[in-house]
Ligand binder design. Sequence first.
Ligand code: GAR
Length: 221
Amino acid sequence: MNRVPIGVLVSGGGTNLQAIIDASEAGRINAEVKVVVSNNPIAYGLDRARRHGIPSAVITKESFTTKDSYDAELIKTLNNHGVMLVVMAGFMRILTPAFVAAFPMRIMNIHPSLLPAFPGLGVQKKALEYGARFAGCTVHFVDAGVDSGPIIIQAVVPVHDGDTAETLSRRILVEEHRIYPQAIQLFAEGRLHVEGRRVFITGGQPVEGSIANPPVTISDE
Ligand code: GAR
């Protein structure tokens, strides 16, 4: 089966990029990273790409006078590498409507909260401050809004009493590295169907059961 050519957009450490590269190299996903693009010339994600022999490009905002011209360059770079699916992995820029239109339902993003709770930045800290008892992460298709597109997959983690933003972020990140490759694989298998806000998954198994935090310890009788 042909592997889906993907382009990964990063701004920082690139641990999600690494999880995707590892899944691809191990044959766990039917997709291949064709190019890594960063808006930040010193993003560690660029080193990860180099180490795996993956072409990379740096596109800095300073070289462009408008967001549209920046995104036009981004589109050109991705198209030059034959990218079919765009994967945002800690890319700290909001895409223009023209970019979104160039890859309709072919852009994914990962966000470290259970959307629609806590869109935006610094969201692990916001979940803690709010007193949420569960946090998590979301992979969604990107639409013209911010963190607002149809949701593909979410993972839930508990918030512990002793958590800091760092410990909670680490717990969420472990799940990010599991669900992002899974979302890409569902796309590669052609199993994702979007109807309005909802994403339906062909052959998807319903999740049984539920969890409470703290656990429910009183008896039913
Ligand atoms: C991840 O936690 C990702 O969910 C978050 O940035 C981090 C990037 O880590 N993205 C956002 O907050 C987007 N709104 P990584 O560079 O190690 O993959």
